[in-house]
Design a protein around this ligand. Structure first.
Ligand code: BG6
Length: 466
């Protein structure tokens, strides 16, 4: 369905996120016919630019980072919806700009604020909206990181909730907007082959592994104060864990889904520092803007456990980091070995694993043992793979951000994080944040500090390794 008419107000409209994801995403939604019938996009940022400059910036951003070429009538129509208002004291006020956009649309359009601003500017921006009387009837999309620990997350939630009711708040995690992460629910709950096996009786371990080959790409200001644990594990990987581990929700409505997620997070044991590896790639301290004695981890690997009937005793291994051996986004489920005494097995290949690759375009692989053709009964690893393109003509549709901005316009909070869930994840992280083990160096393009990263997962092995 298509959202009601909207004024979208983009804070941080000239920033990195707006250029890489938000402007290209909004344009792709427009090209796909998914934007409201009538809408306006009001950009705002500290440094004032003109409407024409903002439109040019959007054109350049969409050309560089988008999937749809900004040309023809679609682009012209989109271009006309864009305007810019400086956040400084001299520019025309935001309220006037929003009013102007509203009159251009007619009627009473919805109002969606997207706060793509650095963490330090968060609370002041939210308070500004409250003070300007812009909160009632609006929705607000908030970008991670949602705080840096339990205390700051609580303070942030308090500030946000002072102006906005929780039903107006959309904390965005673009991983939950990924097609193949959503598909985890379908795969698990819609298939009689997998649904009954999705528990401790059949599964011996789970890996959620998101290595990146990228370095910090000039983001030292942000990254050196954040690190891999806060940037990826708390923010994204635990959300994926929620999808992998939740009990079946009664419906996919936001209340039911978010309640199930919350139950998983409640059952997570606090992180035990004995089961954490923090790594830093060699050369990180020479990156521009990074402290020469930085203790920030550029890779984090943790083992966590979920204390409930479904998962007790099943370790979940989470790993993510920069400058690792490959760029992948995977969930691997390792199944128990049946007794194999009667079979000779060739090689030490892997079997008994289901691997969900959730980086677009995504795939699912089932590894199993099969008889090697021939007169003898010998087995070897074989695999079956689902790829979207083999089964669906439409391709992967929307990118994470696009899907979620659309959901926010539709008022659907299912794939957005609740304040309580955010706080719980910081709470279980406290032992680590208060007492982080020392960072260990690792070679770029490796899989993290050795031997610690492999020892963490023993007696199992990382699916992704050299
Ligand atoms: C962001 C992190 O949230 O997610 C980045 O800040 C990371 O450090 C990125 O590279 C990965 O997301 P994706 O799905 O766009 O590759």
């Amino acid at each position: 369905s298509r959202p009601e008419n909207h004024v979208i107000i983009l804070f941080g409209a000239t920033g990195d996120l707006a250029r890489r994801k938000l402007l290209p995403g909004l344009f792709h939604l427009a090209a796909a016919g998914l934007m409201p019938d009538r809408y306006r996009i009001v950009g705002t940022a500290r440094s004032p630019i003109t409407d024409a400059q903002f439109r040019d910036l959007a054109h350049e951003a969409i050309t560089t980072f988008g999937t749809t070429e900004p040309t023809g009538e679609t682009w012209q129509a989109f271009r006309r919806t864009l305007s810019f208002v400086g956040a400084g004291p001299t520019g025309p006020s935001l309220v006037a700009a929003i009013d102007h956009a509203k009159r251009a649309i007619g009627g009473s359009p919805g109002r969606l604020f997207h706060l793509a601003v650095p963490p330090a500017a968060f609370e002041s921006t939210v308070s500004l909206l409250g003070a300007a009387g812009l909160a009632p009837g609006s929705r607000v999309i908030i970008e991670k990181p949602f705080g840096t620990d339990l205390r700051s997350a609580r303070a942030l939630n308090k500030t946000v909730n002072a102006s906005f009711d929780e039903s107006q708040v959309f904390r965005i995690d673009h991983f939950l907007g990924k097609e193949s992460v959503d598909n985890i629910l379908a795969f698990r709950f819609a298939n009689g082959l997998f649904e009954p096996a999705w528990n401790r009786r059949h599964i011996s371990y789970v890996q959620i592994d998101v290595p990146e080959t990228l370095s910090i790409e000039g983001r030292a200001d942000f990254y050196d104060h954040t690190g891999a644990y806060r940037d990826m594990i708390v923010t994204h990987l635990f959300q994926v864990l929620g999808f992998v581990a939740m009990e079946p929700p009664t419906t996919l409505g936001a209340d039911h889904l978010r309640a199930r997620m919350a139950r998983v997070f409640d059952a997570l044991r606090p992180v035990d520092v004995a089961h954490v590896v923090r790594g830093q790639y060699a050369g990180y301290r020479d990156e521009p803007g990074v402290a020469s004695d930085s203790q920030t981890e550029t890779m984090a690997a943790v083992r966590v456990e979920i204390d409930n009937r479904r998962w007790a005793g099943v370790p979940f291994f989470l790993r993510s980091g920069k400058r690792l051996g490959a760029s992948r986004q995977t969930v691997t489920l390792g199944f128990h070995q049946p007794p194999l005494h009667m079979f000779p097995i060739d090689g030490t290949g892997r079997w008994n694993e289901v691997v969900i690759d959730f980086a677009d375009p995504g795939s699912i692989t089932v590894d199993f043992l099969a008889k090697v053709p021939g007169a003898e009964m010998r087995l070897a690893a074989a695999s079956m793979t689902f790829r979207y393109a083999d089964s669906f003509r439409a391709g992967n549709g929307l990118e994470g951000y696009e899907r979620l901005i659309l959901d926010a316009m539709l008022g659907d909070q299912s794939l957005f994080t609740h304040a309580g869930a955010v706080e719980r994840l910081w709470e279980i992280s406290e032992p680590l944040l208060e007492n982080p083990p020392p960072v260990q160096p690792y070679a770029p393009a490796s899989w993290g500090p050795q031997p610690s990263v492999d020892e963490l997962i023993e007696p199992y092995r990382w699916r992704l390794r050299g």
